[in-house]
Ligand binder design. Structure first.
Ligand SMILES: Nc1ncnc2c1ncn2[C@@H]1O[C@H](COP(=O)(O)OP(=O)(O)OP(=O)(O)O)[C@@H](O)[C@H]1O
Ligand SMILES: [Mg+2]
Length: 288
């Protein structure tokens, strides 16, 4: 039986050749029709561990925490196949504060979810912290996320029946490497949040809740912090406070942060901005 990867690569190559000149300029992703057999193959690639080959043990280039090569993502739902990321090649240096920027539907969340091992690419290499993610099993991906990554969500996702301190402590519990564990009380002092240390989320403002969720991410002392629109639910002033906190964490603690936003005003906080449009990177600027 022919290897699925061969068939898929051939398909993707032909497809890209045909389509690259006829992109739909009015939409940021493209809906395409493909036959049933191919759909099954793409579905399989999207949902299962990739069979080991010469790419399986690839590690990051020196100084990089993420190396992406020829990454493609197709979503298959019902009769439709949506091309969301096309042949993306991209490297991110350890210690960068990257903002993935682009209009709604441009694939920002998709790329973030792929880089953080929450979803699988259809094809291509995706090396994060020296692991080529498509080659990990679901269980290995879960362990990878738990040990290496932290997440900040637009909706904070705090536990309502826990105090500020206890919410941050849940981040600490997730870090099994004791040498990486942080002093929580000191974090509240350092980040000027001592007045909400004993409060419950319902007693905090949105901005305070988001800052607690950032401390929780920080308590884990993971290698990368991923954030999807972390200021999306905040007013401008509070959003600024949150962005300044993220910037401080990046500059003073050297944490790699990868954040999604569609707000051009936030770009100035990042060290690099990568703009997505029509399923491709259309702009990539260093901002130091
Ligand atoms: N699970 C899915 N199944 C099918 N299509 C999907 C799925 N998730 C996302 N898409 C499609 O992929 C495209 C990119 O979605 P994505 O969520 O990555 O965009 P985004 O840039 O984060 O947008 P927003 O700024 O609105 O959050 C959209 O066209 C979306 O409809
Ligand atoms: Mg999104």
């Amino acid at each position: 039986m022919k290897d699925i990867k061969d068939i898929k690569d051939k398909f993707l190559k032909n497809f890209l050749k045909e389509k690259s000149t006829s992109d739909n300029l009015h939409s940021d992703s493209q809906i395409i029709k493909i036959d049933y057999k191919l759909k099954r193959q793409l579905n399989k690639a999207n949902n299962t561990k990739r069979k080991s080959d010469e790419h399986a043990n690839k590690i990051n280039e020196v100084g990089n925490i993420i190396d992406i090569k020829n990454l493609n993502k197709y979503y298959i739902s019902g009769g439709n196949t949506t091309r969301v990321l096309t042949d993306l090649t991209l490297s991110i240096k350890t210690g960068d504060f990257v903002i993935l920027y682009g209009k709604s539907g441009s694939g920002k969340t998709t790329l973030l979810n792929l880089m953080s091992g929450l979803d699988r690419p259809t094809s291509g290499d995706l090396i994060v912290s020296n692991q080529n993610l498509p080659y990990l099993s679901n269980m290995q991906l879960t362990t990878f996320r738990r040990n290496k990554l932290a997440f900040i969500f637009q909706s904070y996702n705090l536990l309502n029946n826990l105090s500020g301190f206890d919410n941050v402590e849940t981040g600490l519990y997730l870090q099994k490497d004791k040498s990486k564990q942080q002093d929580i009380k000191k974090m509240f002092e350092d980040f000027d949040l001592i007045d909400v240390i004993d409060k419950y989320p319902s007693q905090m403002s949105g901005g305070q809740q988001q800052r607690i969720s950032i401390l929780r991410a920080l308590a884990k002392n993971s290698e990368i912090i991923f954030a999807d629109e972390p200021t999306g639910a905040l007013d401008k002033k509070t959003g600024t406070i949150v962005m300044e906190l993220l910037r401080k964490i990046n500059m003073e603690l050297g944490k790699t942060i990868i954040m999604v936003s569609h707000d051009p005003e936030l770009i100035k906080y990042s060290t690099r901005v990568i703009k997505l449009s029509n399923s491709k990177i259309v702009q990539d600027e260093t901002n130091k």
